[in-house]
Ligand binder design. Structure first.
Ligand code: ADP
Ligand code: ASP
Ligand code: MG
Length: 814
């Protein structure tokens, strides 16, 4: 004898019922088969909805009823195109009964648990009949036996408890003489000792199948559903979830108790003592191996077997100084909830006994609160305890594994990975058996939490980075192209799954939580929604993805002003925009503090020297305990270009114009030529060396002519370059006379910084600096004689983009 159960989706359409019939047909060739079926998918919900509508005098129940009717009629006709009349007659009769019941509920304006149970039985009664009769029509030896004649329960409506002695005897007795090869049983529904209709709880068809399997002592129970087994976590929320091949009864029970809907929790009980394995199979993919739940121990190097979640949780906290050391509070609390038939899912109590915290289903919260406040009325009046505190919109997430007790550090890993992603944990419970660590978090964080934990415990090899890029101009565009090109390499070689999830320029923006396809990103972006900085932030926040990174490729002050908000959401910030780091010292410090506090890195390597590893090198020196004594640097690619090309055969104006045309200067060349840009860079290096400094503290000795310094517009400024050619030629002549080169130099020495044009003699490391190159010399306590020198291209879109890229990858390795 075989026992199989098919769930709602498996019998949810004529197409799927045909699959079920062919599976049963094949099985029946080998042995007799008992097949437990659910209601057609979604019908139990619809029946309950119609009931609720009718009881609240809402005529919509009629439309709901009509849908229920139509669904069944079309399945019957599709399955039996030539001979559907007898099945239709039965269905018609049942549906008339249902309609009368709904009219009754409407009239009396009330639905009791008992009536509710009566109402939902129609689902399984109809589906089981339709399937059995269709099989008969096709010449198979099948019979529908009403499980209500076998499964006997108490009268605890909506979740009745089984009387095993009567039920087992009934089942054995019936099947000892059942003639047909295939018996179809409606799952979920039962009858009380007094003959009332009862049910075994939502999802209870699994349980019916287990009861039958145990009563008949079969070798194995098969649960056929719409996924290929019990997964490492909820496959609807985590794409990377995968089926678990083997799992113990205990683990399966924990996972299902904590929300893995694929198995109704009580299902394990009847088969556990008899050691009957449960095999979970996929009706849509019968060849997939599925999951075996049994007592067999299979060694695995992962102590965590699965992660599950329950939504709609409320947290109740009872606290007050009057509770300390006085026995009996917990007893009264739990008794109160038990009297109200409220299920407690999670309990934590601090060792101070000052408070007890309980997780219950949100639907029970009103009744629970009222009952508890009545129980403790006196203590509350005497201020010994506070009225019960209620928090809602919460979820439980549980890590499960028999073997977790033998491994240290699992909870540490769990909490730190969630912490890094700004997921606040409201309560924690770990049983002494250590098979389960449960936490309570905000409902809105569940998807992120499951994905984070799944990545840490099941895919630790790959890390997903979710990147939001603002400012896809020259540099930004190169960055996106580099990401597009390197995506596969990063995955294969660095185990980093780098996804762009948000993109924006000044006109439009677009998002895709699943990762933007970069194939035609420019065109897609131009069709995106209207850009807004706040809107971009709000999207990044509400997508709530793990390892989120905001990348600022603008030179915009308002964008820099938003870093704080990103960091507070634990979204890392990577910027080539210098404004934040060269703003007031207090703002710079505050961003650093937020970065630490919210565990969100703030990286800005490209603020100085484009892609050159200057800031990273500096922070490594400082981290290892070295101290910077002085810095000398040429940090402006544009000024270096200008002075490398300016001489007594060229004109200063022409050279600056050329630098602008080749993209070396800012759109406003005064920012470069006035030395402000270089001042900002040396400021950032000084700050990163540990010095408190502001832009005003930097001595800026200008080389521009007076008129140039005072010009009011870019055009005016260019005119002064023409007018004051003699001034610039004199600078060149003076240097030439001394056999020197002109270089724009930034210095930091003895806590003081300056920027100025310098005459560099032959033999100095700056003398031969070419093109738009940058050079930095760090003198430190350890590099006191010979400086540490970093030199190379310090401007240009490609190198800046690769500097940003390097910061992003740094976060992947973090
Ligand atoms: P049936 O109607 O066949 O009884 P259910 O809907 O009750 O099916 O259960 C199957 C569903 O359980 C899956 O479609 C999946 O969405 C959900 N589920 C939640 N957690 C898990 C998990 N850990 N493994 C597999 N499925 C899960
Ligand atoms: N039809 C019932 C429900 O939806 C029982 C089941 O499908 O297991 O809860
Ligand atoms: Mg189910």
């Amino acid at each position: 004898m075989k026992v199989l159960k098919f769930g709602g989706t498996s019998v949810g359409s004529s197409k799927n019922i045909n699959k079920v019939i062919s599976i049963l047909d094949a099985y029946a060739k080998e042995s007799k088969v008992v097949c437990v079926v659910s209601a057609v998918g979604g019908i139990t919900d619809k029946l309950l909805l119609a009931g609720m509508q009718a009881q609240s005098k809402d005529n919509a129940f009629k439309a709901t009823f009509q849908i229920i009717k139509d669904v069944h009629f079309s399945i019957i006709k599709e399955l039996n195109p030539d001979n559907s009349s007898s099945i239709l007659n039965y269905a018609e009769e049942k549906l008339n009964e249902l309609e009368s019941l709904l009219n009754g509920i409407f009239l009396i304006n009330e639905i009791s648990p008992k009536t509710s149970d009566k109402l939902v039985t129609f689902g399984e009664l109809l589906s089981s009949f339709i399937i059995a009769e269709t099989m008969k029509n096709r010449g198979l030896s099948a019979y529908r036996k009403n499980a209500q004649e076998l499964v006997v329960t108490n009268a605890n409506f909506t979740k009745a408890e089984v009387d095993y002695s009567v039920t087992n005897a009934n089942i054995k007795d019936y099947f000892s003489s059942a003639k047909e090869n295939i018996t179809i049983l409606p799952g979920f529904i039962a009858r009380s000792t007094f003959g009332e209709q009862t049910t075994l709880g939502r999802g209870g068809s699994d349980f019916t199948a287990a009861i039958v399997a145990a009563a008949l002592h079969v070798e194995q129970l098969e649960i056929w559903t719409d996924v290929s087994g019990m997964f490492t976590t909820n496959p609807k929320l985590v794409k990377q979830a995968r089926p678990i091949e083997t799992i113990s009864y205990q683990e399966a029970m924990e996972l299902s108790h904590f929300g893995a809907k694929v198995l109704y929790p009580p299902t394990v009980q009847p088969v556990l003592d008899l050691n009957i394995p449960i095999h979970i199979k996929n009706t849509m993919e019968p060849e997939a191996v599925g999951t075996i739940i049994s007592n067999e121990f299979v060694a695995s190097n992962n102590p965590v077997k699965g992660i599950s979640n329950i939504s709609n949780i409320a947290l109740l906290t009872l606290q007050g100084s009057g509770m300390v050391g006085i026995p009996g509070f917990s007893k009264r609390l739990f008794e109160t909830l038990s009297n109200e038939k409220i299920n407690v899912i999670l309990i934590t109590q601090a060792s101070s006994e000052h408070s007890i915290c309980l997780g219950i289903e949100a639907k029970d919260v009103e009744i629970a609160k009222t009952a508890i406040d009545i129980t403790f009325e006196n203590e509350i009046a005497l201020h010994k305890i506070d009225p019960i505190q209620v928090e809602t919109n919460l979820s439980i997430v549980a890590l499960v594994g028999d073997n977790m007790k033998n491994h240290q550090g699992i909870s540490g890993k769990m909490f730190s990975s969630l912490g890094k992603n700004n997921i606040n944990i409201r309560a924690i419970a770990q049983g002494a058996s250590e098979k389960n660590i449960s936490i309570v978090i905000e409902e809105t964080d569940v998807k992120k939490a499951l994905n984070t934990l799944h990545e840490v415990f099941f895919e630790s090899i790959t890390k997903q980075l979710n990147v939001f890029i603002t400012g896809v101009g020259n540099v930004g565009e190169r960055l996106v192209e580099q990401i597009k090109q390197q995506k596969k390499y990063l995955k294969d070689n660095l185990k980093i799954n780098l996804r762009v999830v948000g993109l924006s320029n000044s006109r439009t923006m677009m998002f895709n939580g699943g990762g933007i396809s970069l194939k035609n990103w420019k065109e897609d972006l131009s069709n995106g929604e209207k850009a807004s900085l706040e809107g971009f932030f709000e999207n990044a926040k509400s997508l709530n993805l793990r390892n989120s990174i905001f990348v600022d490729v603008t030179a915009n002050k308002d964008v820099a002003g938003l870093y704080e908000k990103y960091l507070r959401e634990s979204i890392a910030v990577v910027a080539c925009n210098k404004i934040a780091c060269s703003s007031t010292f207090s703002n710079y410090k505050e961003l650093k503090r937020l970065s630490l506090k919210y565990n969100a890195p703030f990286l800005f390597e490209t603020n100085v020297g484009a892609g050159l590893p200057i800031i990273d090198t500096l922070s490594n020196l400082i981290a290892s305990g070295d101290k910077v004594t002085s810095i000398q640097a040429v940090l402006s690619g544009s000024l270096n270009f200008v002075f490398n090309n300016f001489n007594d055969t060229t004109k200063f104006y022409d050279v600056v114009k050329q630098a602008a045309a080749e993209g070396y200067t800012e759109p406003d060349p005064r920012i470069d030529l006035s030395g402000v840009d270089v001042a900002r860079k040396i400021l950032i290096l000084a700050r990163e060396s540990g010095v408190t400094m502001d832009l005003e503290d930097i001595e800026n000795i200008p080389f521009l002519s007076k008129a140039g310094l005072e010009s009011n517009s870019v055009d005016d400024f260019y005119q002064t370059l023409i007018d004051d050619e003699a001034h610039y030629q004199s600078l060149f002549a003076s240097a030439k006379a001394k056999d020197c080169q002109l270089k724009y130099v930034a210095k930091f020495d003895n806590g003081k910084a300056s920027v100025s044009l310098q005459e560099i003699p032959k033999g100095h490391p700056f003398y031969n600096l070419e093109g738009s190159d940058n050079i930095v010399m760090f003198y430190t306590e350890r590099y006191s004689q010979q400086p540490m020198i970093i030199k190379g291209a310090g401007a240009g879109a490609d190198v800046t983009a690769s500097g940003l890229f390097a910061d992003i990858i740094r976060l992947g390795n973090n």
